[in-house]
Design a protein around this ligand. Structure first.
Ligand code: GAR
Length: 217
C-alpha cells in the first residue's frame, strides 16, 4: 500500500477508473484507490470496482434538495475515507463552487479534447464538424467553471479522414488511459505544482518530436 489515497468519481462505464485501478495495483505506483463514488446506482463501473475489491459508495442526487447539499454529502464521505486526491472519471455532474474550493488542487478531471478547445459535451462530433486535424485529451485541475483549470497532462491524437465520432472517441480513450495514471503519479510524487493558472512539473524532460497531420510524406 502506497499510503497516498485517491478517490475516483464516476457516473457510467468507468474505463478511466479501471485504468487508474490497474495502475495503482502496480507495486511501484505511489497511490492507492481508497474509494469509488458514483452519483448513479446503475453505473456499470461500480461492478468493475467491486470486482477489484475497491470500496464503492453511491450518493443518488434525488435525495438532495440542492447541488450544495449533494456535494456536502460527497465531501463527508471523501474526507471520512482520508482521500487526498479526487479523480473525476466520466462524472457527468457539475460541481458546486463550494466543493471546488474545498478540494482546490486536490481535484482533477479528464476531458476528451485538447483544452481549452472543445469544452462541454459531444466533443468528438464537434471536433469533426470543425475539421480539426489534431484531437486529444487533457487531465487538469478542476475550477468552478466547467472544463476549466490548470493543465497537468495532454496527449494528441491525429484525426483520420474517415473518422466517425465513435472511432475517434476510441482512439482518444486509449490515450486517456495512459495520461490519467501519469497525472496521478505526478501529483502523488509531489512533482506537480499548480500556480498562477498553469502547472509546473519537476524533473520533466521535453519530448522533441512534432506531429504534423496530414503527414509531409
Ligand atoms: C471519457 O471519455 C472522459 O474523458 C469523458 O467521459 C468519458 C468517460 O468514459 N469526460 C468528459 O467528457 C468530462 N467533461 P469512462 O467512464 O469510460 O471513463
Amino acid at each position: 500500500m502506497a499510503g497516498y489515497k485517491i478517490a475516483i468519481l464516476i457516473s457510467g462505464r468507468g474505463s478511466n477508473m479501471a485504468a487508474l485501478i490497474q495502475a495503482c495495483q502496480a507495486k511501484d505506483f505511489p497511490a492507492d484507490v481508497a474509494l469509488v463514488l458514483s452519483n448513479r446506482a446503475d453505473a456499470p463501473g461500480l461492478a468493475v470496482a467491486r470486482a477489484a475489491n475497491i470500496p464503492t459508495h453511491t450518493i443518488e442526487q434525488g435525495a438532495f434538495e440542492s447541488r450544495e447539499a449533494f456535494d456536502a454529502a460527497m465531501t463527508e464521505v471523501l474526507a471520512g475515507a482520508g482521500v487526498r486526491l479526487i479523480c473525476l472519471a466520466g462524472f457527468m455532474r457539475l460541481l458546486s463552487a463550494d466543493f471546488c474550493h474545498r478540494w482546490r488542487d486536490s481535484l482533477i478531471n479528464i476531458h476528451p479534447s485538447l483544452l481549452p478547445a472543445f469544452k462541454g459535451l459531444h466533443v468528438h462530433q464537434r471536433m469533426l464538424d470543425a475539421g480539426v486535424r489534431i484531437a486529444g485529451c487533457t487531465v487538469h485541475y478542476v475550477r468552478p467553471e466547467m472544463d476549466e483549470g490548470p493543465i497537468l497532462v495532454q496527449a494528441a491524437v491525429a484525426i483520420a479522414a474517415d473518422d466517425t465520432p465513435d472511432s475517434l472517441a476510441a482512439r482518444i480513450l486509449e490515450q486517456e488511459h495512459r495520461i490519467y495514471p501519469l497525472a496521478v503519479r505526478l501529483i502523488a510524487e509531489g512533482r506537480a505544482r499548480p500556480a498562477g493558472g498553469i502547472v509546473a512539473i519537476d524533473n520533466y524532460s521535453f519530448p522533441k518530436q512534432w506531429l504534423i497531420n496530414p503527414p509531409l510524406d
